[in-house]
Ligand binder design. Sequence first.
Ligand SMILES: O=CCCCC(=O)O
Length: 478
Amino acid sequence: MNGNYDPLYLFINGEWIGASERDTASVVNPATRQELGRVPLATTADLDRALAATQPAFNAWRTTAPNERARVLKRGAELMRERAEHIATLMTLEEGKPLVESRDEVLRAAEYFEWFAEEAKRIDGRVVPANRPGVQQLVKRQAIGPVAAFTPWNFPAITPARKLAAALAAGCSVIIKPGEESPATALALARALDDAGLPKGVLQVVFGVPDDVSRHLIASPVIRKVTFTGSVPIGRLLSARAAEGVKPITLELGGHGPVLVFDDADVQRAAVEGAANRFRGTGQVCISSTRFLVQRGVYDEFREQFVKATRALKVGNGLDPDTQVGPLANPRQLEKMQALIADAVACGATVLTGGKAIDGAGYFFEPTVLANVPMQAKIMHEEPFGPIAVLMAFDELAQGLQEANRLPYGLSAYAFTSNARTAIDVADGLEAGMIGINQYRIVATELPFGGMKESGHGSEGGVEGIEYYLTHKFISQA
Ligand SMILES: O=CCCCC(=O)O
């Protein structure tokens, strides 16, 4: 069923450009393996036109009155809300997640535009008392310049929204390359902003061969800021490319989220909500909880409840209203899950539930729970980015914390305890940018979203989010 899918374009200098003679890439519904459409891949000439348009667009947008920038962003958000049902359907068709999750993602994306629209009005500066008579000192915060943004396929509305809302509010122009596997959602957001009156060239959307596009855009002297959400290896590569031009980069990379469940925790909550959180988005979520580290006294109870909750999850086509877990996004993901489980089992792990691909047309995989996983298994080191949970027991807080912090990742972490002292110590000791205590819901527009260690640097969301699109300039006047 491709009827609700939109035609795919490049959006350059205010023009919606179809494939014409360009190469295209197939966009496939992961629940059916049917082709939904073909996305045009930008040529070098297309990228050069986008680069040529972004500088004058920036010059005009950065000096547009903050109230006017806010008005356009809010109108864009309003249109996203009006079109939420359609955009959510596009997302489920191309990415596979259940419609209820897609709807939530579109509405949260709209909220980022509303929230940053208000921030556009608060880009103020400082008057700093001078130590010399007759001198006035001002510190101004100004838009940093044209931005190159790169977003992944797994959250095709929220990852572009976090970048675009803050960058556009700051007064930057943006060329964004969303994931080629789920292009229609990001295009629908761009369409809403275009219809809201965003001046041409301020936002441009390109697709292409990712390596070629990032190399070309980042190398251009026009681009003054790079932002990327995706894997650690690609983050490292783009970071090196940005460093060549001494350009700041914000990186939102992978994770391997630990969950510490203490003997005094609400075990049922930690387990039942933990299963829902682990398998949300079919586990293809950077802030997902992956390693469940459970204190020995409640380990058996937790394992039983977690496995029960996992088995109860309904896997299916995201368009079916009963579906709780959709397909994996592509065959690469399916192969990766199979390989990780085979490796863990070969090392001696126990599969408590799941462990196999589900027969049928789509890329479906059973929500899987592993226990007794030896440290040499790959899943103990690599982000699975799929529906596999690992259960482990620990004895003392220090031991739990050590395991939680063992990996080079530092994105999300969670802890469940009813002891206030434990909560404080754990929150203090966990090496992660985002921490949930007694809950898994850690994302909100008003909060910074970002990691530490190899999970990246810089924040998106909250008052912190806009700072990465601003530069400080001082003016000292005698
Ligand atoms: O991979 C990105 C995770 C986004 C999660 C969210 O906003 O819920």
